[in-house]
Design a protein around this ligand. Structure first.
Ligand SMILES: Nc1ncnc2c1ncn2[C@@H]1O[C@H](COP(=O)(O)OP(=O)(O)O)[C@@H](O)[C@H]1O
Ligand SMILES: [Mg+2]
Length: 318
């Protein structure tokens, strides 16, 4: 294993109890992420992407498995001991206004994250706010604005500035561009890429849109009903997709004329995502899979290695 691994996730699972039933939101997920790299997490709505992000940040506790961040096993650490590590792990949401106080100016909101962690003085924090606003491409006056006065793209830049204010190592980007116009999406993605280079940031980039993930990922994990069904370096996943689910995801984006346009994508997959409260037997994708055999209907496929860094959980991979 390379020695610059920042994050190692081993066999984590999360079950929610819903209406007296078990909902397996995340099942046996493992991956490693090197510092300065991006893992793209892709899957339809409800596949467990946000849950996985929250488990990694310990905003939720996993039922089993181990998470090692920057050399520390954080899966068992008490909440209090997590505090200093929280600075190093930040999150950006699809709707940045949801995490901003509507009655607080943008400048105060960015400063607040630093104040909570007792970083610097009021004056030095204010100076840093100006620096950060400049770095994310916003004019200094934005400091005095309230969230409702800003556009979606501007708000997302504020969310990024706030996440950056603590000099994190890892940023989980949970659908950060999904609510934005296509032209703005490209700008935000470019900003994230520039910041990654400048600060050696490590990203988990979550999207339901494979085209967006392709743009910035080194490695991609495809989630289906809480399980990673295929994982590979981004290039390899695009050129040699092995899981039928990945293949339909790819076909769907290739059929869309503008590849960054996400409104239509995923419509090409037949059938609905089954309820996670009552998942199909065998391979959970089999009811929607064009190649399903009797084996697929009854036997759950294990991980099949396609190459050293590429696996797919599919019986058809020999
Ligand atoms: N707090 C919760 N309680 C019960 N079920 C939840 C909770 N959070 C998420 N879920 C369920 O877990 C599954 C995965 O959800 P989520 O991680 O939000 O998916 P995604 O982000 O891919 O859309 C869904 O079936 C969702 O309904
Ligand atoms: Mg989500």
């Amino acid at each position: 294993m390379p020695n610059n691994v920042l994050l190692e996730v081993e066999n984590i699972s999360k079950i929610f109890r819903v209406q007296g039933k078990k909902l397996h939101a995340i099942e046996n997920v493992s991956f490693t992420l090197e510092a300065g790299k991006t893992l793209g997490l892709v899957g339809e709505s409800g596949s467990g992407k946000s849950t996985l992000g929250r488990l990694v940040l310990r905003l939720l506790d996993s039922d089993k498995g181990k998470i090692t961040f920057d050399g520390t096993n954080i899966s068992k650490v008490r909440k209090k001991a997590l505090r200093p590590l929280r600075r190093d792990m930040q999150i950006i949401f699809q709707d940045p206004s949801a995490s901003l106080n509507p009655r607080m100016t943008v400048g105060d909101a960015i400063e607040d994250a630093m104040a909570i962690h007792k970083i610097g003085t009021k004056a030095s924090r204010q100076e840093r706010v100006s620096e950060l606003l400049k770095r994310v491409g916003l004019p200094d006056e934005v400091k005095y604005a309230y969230p409702h006065e800003l556009s979606g793209g501007q708000l997302q830049r504020v969310g990024i500035a706030r996440a950056l204010s603590l000099n994190p190592k890892l940023i989980i980007c949970d659908e950060p561009v999904s609510a934005l116009d296509v032209s703005i999406q490209v700008q935000i993605i470019q900003l994230l890429l520039d910041l990654q280079k400048e600060f050696n940031l490590t990203y988990i980039f979550i999207s339901h849109n494979l085209a967006v993930v392709e743009y910035l990922s080194d490695e991609i994990a495809v989630l289906y009903l809480g399980e990673v069904v295929e994982q590979a370096p981004a290039d390899e996943l695009f050129h040699k997709p092995m899981h039928p689910y990945t293949q339909v995801l790819l076909q769907s984006i290739l059929k869309v004329p503008d590849r960054m346009e996400n409104k239509q994508e995923l419509l090409f997959i037949q059938g609905e995502v089954p309820s996670p409260l009552n998942p199909p037997n065998g391979c959970t994708f089999h009811p929607r899979c064009a190649y399903a055999t009797d084996e697929c209907k009854s036997v759950k496929p294990g991980r099949k290695e396609v190459s050293e860094s590429h696996f797919a959980a599919c019986h058809l991979v020999k």
